[in-house]
Design a protein around this ligand. Structure first.
Ligand SMILES: Cc1ncc(C[n+]2csc(CCOP(=O)(O)OP(=O)(O)O)c2C)c(N)n1
Ligand SMILES: [Mg+2]
Length: 443
């Protein structure tokens, strides 16, 4: 029975193809590709492996693959550390206006980080995470996307939000959990989200965004809307099982998704040397059958070019892409961390000074005559002022009504949550003098 079925299958898929002046009978090499229907055709007499799930030749040489002996994946860059374009044909030739916006957003992010980090230290907000050192990776990639493309982030992508037009007021409302915060104070600071800007709200559990992004990209593919999905994650998150599921679904289902790994050298206190043995995260892309590139994440133009090309592959050819952006986490992991305990201050100082994405772009702009010390001083003052204004405004606002704690989680409030809400209100009303009720909206 099985033999009959197999014979039928072979007959059905047998094809004849003309090669030069003679005909060669071709059979599907079950071995070669994942499905019979997409099998590579091989000469029936060809002695090649016919195992499902691989594509290769036979060898009589007993040889292990020795990753340690292979040269690492190269790092694509456009500018060197002094902001000089190495190969003019790789200069994306962006307008002065766009490059200035890139620079202003990078420096705005930098100043915002300083102010919000300090405000956490002063007890004004509960938590914060900075993007120091990763400004180029964030803004370079964000600039290459279509503003309608859907983004899934991890938590260290505030620059992507700024590029898309997330306002300083929105940042402050979220970090302070004010009555104007779109998340109504439910999320930890920096867990931004914006339906208007097509940015899915950040989740704290690592890598949850990755299979979600693959799924959303599959939906986009079915909708044929000409858009792609972009998913940011850290190299630490890439060790989660969800990362495997995401890569594999995206590759097998040919989902238009760009996975951007920010490889900043650390997952909190764990350096990359203790996280993986292979050649970074990029080396895994090939294994999943994805187009992959490793990029100098401190080079904003390299990030821009790579993301733009990845977007084309996604949208025009329906192929997922993995970009590994090599960078360095200059700041502490978060305000709950003290990185001096596990790395040398001098190492951080040296990298921040010698391989700085902001500095690199500034040198490029100065070379073009697009930026001067005077403009720098004025912009630094102006941007700081804007941030402090937004910060003071948010601090004066009321917090959302505590009832909000129970709302917007389920479409209809379940009975057990309704009961908890009543208990909370009864309790606070009974002990009002012990609660800062005046700080909350209509309680
Ligand atoms: C499932 C899960 N495990 C552990 C954590 C705790 N955690 C928060 S951030 C982090 C490190 C992540 O590192 P990486 O992905 O490299 O991102 P980076 O902070 O370097 O930007 C860990 C372990 C978590 N949030 N979720
Ligand atoms: Mg990391």
């Amino acid at each position: 029975m099985l033999a009959r079925m197999l014979a039928k299958l072979v007959l059905k898929s047998r094809q004849v193809k003309k090669i030069v002046n003679h005909e060669v009978k071709l059979f599907p090499a079950i071995a070669c590709r994942n499905r019979l229907s997409t099998s590579r055709l091989v000469d029936a007499n060809e002695d090649v492996p016919r195992f499902a799930g691989c594509r290769s030749k036979f060898t009589n040489k007993l040889q292990f693959i020795e990753p340690d002996l292979k040269e690492g994946i190269p790092v694509y860059r456009v500018m060197n550390r002094s902001g000089k374009v190495q190969d003019q044909s790789e200069d994306p030739q962006l307008s002065q206006e766009i490059v200035t916006k890139m620079y202003k957003d990078m420096t705005l992010l930098n100043s915002m980080d300083q102010i919000l980090y300090d405000s956490q230290r002063q007890g004004r907000i509960s938590f914060y995470m900075t993007s120091y050192g990763e400004e180029g990776a964030q803004i370079g990639s964000a600039a290459a996307l279509n503003p309608q493309d859907l983004i899934f982030g991890q938590y260290r992508e505030a620059g992507v939000f700024l590029w898309r037009g997330f306002t300083l007021d929105e940042v402050m409302d979220q970090c302070y959990g004010t009555e104007d915060d779109k998340g109504k104070g439910k999320q930890m600071p920096v867990h931004f989200g914006s339906p208007q800007l097509h940015f899915v709200t950040i989740s704290s559990p690592l890598a949850t965004q990755m299979p979600q992004a693959a799924g959303a990209a599959y939906a986009y593919k079915r909708a044929k809307n000409g858009l792609c999905v972009c998913c940011y994650f850290g190299e630490g998150a890439a060790s989660e099982g969800d990362a495997h599921a995401a890569f594999n679904f995206a590759a097998t289902l040919k989902c238009p998704v760009i996975f951007i790994c920010r490889n900043n050298g650390f997952a909190i206190s764990t350096p990359t040397a203790d996280q993986y043995k292979g050649d970074g995260v990029a080396s895994r892309g090939e294994g999943y059958g994805m187009n992959t590139i490793r990029v100098d994440g401190n080079d904003i133009f390299a990030m821009y070019n790579a993301t733009r090309a990845a977007r084309e592959l996604c949208v025009n050819e329906g192929r997922p892409v993995l970009i590994e952006a090599m960078t360095y986490r200059v700041g502490d992991h978060s305000t709950s961390d003290d990185s001096t305990v596990y790395r040398l201050k001098d190492e951080v100082k040296a990298i921040a000074a010698e391989d700085n994405p902001i500095h690199r772009l500034r040198l490029y702009m100065e070379d073009k005559g697009w930026w001067s010390q005077k403009q720098e001083d004025e912009w630094r003052l102006e941007s700081r002022k804007k941030i402090i204004q937004a910060f003071s405004k948010a601090e004066r606002k009321k917090k959302p009504n505590p009832e909000e704690l129970f709302l917007d989680v389920y479409k209809e409030l379940p009975k057990h949550l309704a009961d908890q809400m009543t208990s909370m209100k009864d309790h606070v009303n009974r002990y009002r003098e012990h609660y800062p009720v005046d700080n909350f909206k209509s309680f």
